[in-house]
Ligand binder design. Structure first.
Ligand SMILES: Cc1cc2nc3c(=O)[nH]c(=O)nc-3n(C[C@H](O)[C@H](O)[C@H](O)COP(=O)(O)OP(=O)(O)OC[C@H]3O[C@@H](n4cnc5c(N)ncnc54)[C@H](O)[C@@H]3O)c2cc1C
Length: 502
């Protein structure tokens, strides 16, 4: 006879602290199996990169380190989810699978639908719990803010990791489930990237709230200084190494003593945005594939592979764009403004479609579909409700990297270029190029497009579209779906401007 068990399926919630599914499962009398599944189809998808899986692997290893007193461990398998559950159902009578609701990409959404059917057909219960402030099947945005606040202020769901009712899988069963070894690139630490795990999530939060936050608002837009001045919590929130509730409550604990309250208020509003964006995506997952304002379907852009390749490699001839692309490729991080700037350059100056931006998803260590796609569309001007911002790369470069520290760090071929030409090195005459050891077109490319000319052209086009009736009608639909209808028109504008500017 098969023994009866419960199971916790970890997904984007790789922690033990404040984990509702685990908390409920732990209160049941049944033995508990803890699992994570590395799904080959998800790992092969166009938005996935080894950096994401390494971060997940590091998080799991850390969790396992904390289970040394338990009989079992957190098992991870490298197989499709359905295969894993079929094998498990052959060997155990699974009463309930506990997990958090996942707002992932289209692929994981389809997998969840398949698994729901499988569980129902096999008499397995599937209890899914709310993830942070995101409400499944939310009917209206009217009370969303209040519900967010209530969820964030609720008692955290604490479990005693030293006391889990886990059990050891028999070797023969484990062999069936295990799947092939993970690639060594996943299992080997890479110092260029933030390290996964609950310990690191708390460490980043703690150092931010104790000192780094002081310069938060001052540094947030600076490509170099934001690396220390911002919290850098994003990958930990993406993979759930820390719950939004713990971040919020810990921040409030520090608020009274904080000497720069304004900075913490700015930070808290971003915590809110995190869930606000994911909620948009949860409510309308078309964001991943289609212009959210359907009227923009008429705006067709010709694909230019050479432009796309130059942009990806950091070879556009615009230093701030190239520095950002090289930096994000190497480290998995650039700050908000620079993300918006490289997207703006891609969709407006290079006139390419936002749907060809999967490369960026692969580079961001914190890649979160629910934030990523709505942000891409907002920055690309395809929502029809947000202010269209076409970033001037040269002005932003001068304003936010005035000493060229970031550019020199990421574009070593420009290291001898005098500061006055660093933001536009193609303006150097031949003599200066020679003494700077940087020949334009040889050591560093000339700009692949004229930034000012292309900006103007794009601006005229997108603003003329914006005036069309169809864009406005769709805009009204989007506002009704994603914005609190009780807000006055004026207030709505403020919310949108806020969201747009940062
Ligand atoms: C084109 C584009 C794509 C983006 N893709 C992602 C993504 O895949 N994953 C991701 O986490 N963020 C994304 N962002 C939002 C933002 O850039 C990052 O969250 C932020 O830079 C992460 O750094 P931090 O943790 O130091 O943020 P902090 O400034 O310290 O903010 C704290 C937290 O608030 C949230 N947050 C901050 N800014 C925003 C924002 N504008 N919108 C929503 N949530 C926010 C994040 O969870 C962040 O960790 C994107 C922005 C743009 C313009």
């Amino acid at each position: 006879m098969k023994s009866e068990i419960n199971l916790v399926w970890f997904k984007r919630d790789l922690r033990f602290t404040d984990h509702e599914p685990l908390w409920v499962a732990q209160n049941s009398e049944l033995p508990l199996l803890l699992i994570y599944i590395f799904e080959p189809s998800v790992m092969d998808h166009h938005d996935s990169d080894v950096r994401h899986w390494r971060f997940i692997y590091e998080s799991l290893m850390e969790m396992n380190g904390r289970l040394h007193n338990s009989a079992g461990r957190l098992y991870f398998f490298h197989k499709e989810a359905e295969e894993v559950f079929k094998i498990l159902a052959d060997h155990f009578s699974i009463r309930t699978v506990f997990s958090h609701q996942e707002t992932g990409n289209g692929l994981t959404f389809e997998r969840d639908k398949k698994m729901k059917k499988f569980f129902a057909e096999n008499g397995i219960g599937w209890n899914e719990y709310q993830s942070n402030g995101i409400i499944r099947a939310s009917k209206s945005r009217e009370v969303w803010g209040k519900l967010w606040e209530r969820q964030m202020r609720a008692q955290p769901k604490m479990v005693d990791a030293a006391n889990f009712k886990t059990f050891k899988l028999e070797d023969s069963v484990f062999k069936l489930l295990k799947g092939s070894e993970l690639h060594t690139e996943i299992t080997t630490r890479n110092e260029n990237f933030q390290q996964g795990g609950e310990y690191w999530a708390w460490r980043y939060l703690d150092t931010f709230l104790k000192s780094r936050y002081q310069n938060y608002s001052k540094y947030i837009s600076k490509p170099a200084l934001s690396r220390k001045g911002c919290s850098r919590l994003s990958p930990y929130l993406t993979y759930g190494n820390i719950s939004m509730r713990m971040v919020y409550q810990y921040t409030l604990q520090h608020y009274e003593q904080a000497s720069n309250k304004r900075a913490l208020q700015n930070f808290i509003s971003r915590l809110h945005w995190h869930c606000h964006f994911i909620q948009k995506f949860e409510d309308e997952c078309r964001y991943e594939f289609e212009n959210i304002n359907r009227a923009y379907d008429k705006l067709v852009k010709d694909k230019n592979e050479d432009f796309i390749a130059a942009w990806q490699k950091g070879q556009t001839g615009i230093p701030i764009v190239d520095g950002c692309m090289r930096c994000v490729t190497e480290t998995g991080y650039i700050n908000f403004r620079m993300r918006a700037l490289v997207v703006s350059f891609f969709v407006f100056n290079l006139w390419q479609d936002w749907r060809d931006l999967h490369f960026l998803a692969r580079q961001f260590l914190d890649y979160e579909p629910g934030i990523h796609y709505p942000q891409l569309q907002m920055q690309s001007g395809t929502t029809g409700i947000n202010t269209i911002r076409i970033y001037n790369p040269i002005k932003n470069s001068m304003d936010h990297d005035p000493e060229g520290e970031f550019i020199k760090r990421w574009i070593p071929e420009l290291k001898n270029v005098p500061l006055e030409f660093l933001h536009e090195p193609h303006k150097m005459d031949l003599h200066l190029q020679e003494i700077s050891a940087c020949t334009i077109g040889v050591d560093y490319p000339a700009p692949i497009v004229d930034a000012e000319e292309t900006r103007k052209k794009a601006s005229d086009l997108v603003w003329s579209y914006r005036k069309e009736k169809e864009v406005k009608t769709e805009g009204q639909r989007i506002l009704a779906r994603h914005v609190n209808p009780r807000k006055t028109k004026k207030k709505q504008k403020i919310v949108i401007r806020f969201a747009c500017f940062e």
